[in-house]
Design a protein around this ligand. Sequence first.
Ligand code: PGA
Length: 270
Amino acid sequence: MSQKNNNRHNNQIIKKTRSLLIAGNWKMYKDHNEAYNLALTLKERLADISSIKVVICPSFTSLHTVSLALKGSSLLLGAQDVHWEKEGAFTGAISPLMLLLLGCRYVIIGHSERRNLFQETNKTINLKLKAVLKENLTPILCIGETLQEREKGNTELVIEDQLKGGLVDLPAEDVGKMVLAYEPVWAIGTGKTATPKQANDVHIFIRKKIEEKVGQEIAKNMSILYGGSVKPENAKDLLREPDIDGALVGGASLNEESFEKIVRSGIDLL
Ligand code: PGA
């Protein structure tokens, strides 16, 4: 049996080679008061966690109250989207610097809901990545195939295209500062999770493509999160996979108990 399979089947042996990151994407849920209260509760519940990076991504209107709630804790703040311009006549848009000044350290970019419902393209995603990196914020770039694309056998093609288009003209050094999130669209908010093996196989493919673009060292160190119906019941099996370095959690991050359980499921893998 190969080392990889051996790791998959022996719960006791595997230890993560990269540190784990668990991010909660609160989407368009929670007003700024509710978000403050949930952030405060999470800060208390996760006060002892230092070995796993935990990032909370509330909506724009809650960034300020959540940053106040998280003061003095190791939980980090992230935004769900950003515009690429620094400032100007862009009604409704938020710049990377505005996010930075509110205390954000991370920004989700290219989430499938942004791609599908708001017509985001690889080109605008590329502009956003460059703008965010310029302000020393860490982008969490989301990529993933639809059910139709998977059924046609096009998963790798789609992933390759999203990576190619999203990373145009980004120097290797900048690619090394990013976090990637593999989120199969068919698993988002549907209750259908990719099996740990299905997810890990795509993560291996993504890492290979990153290696081809920027070299082995950066690819080896890159955090690739899995997202799509991550729950307390499946988190450990997913996080145990050698190439899965964390999770981007939607629905289950809106409840303190389930989010805490997901974070804690990573602890004994470290
Ligand atoms: P889900 O969402 O966990 O509710 O499937 C994940 C995401 O959209 O990031």
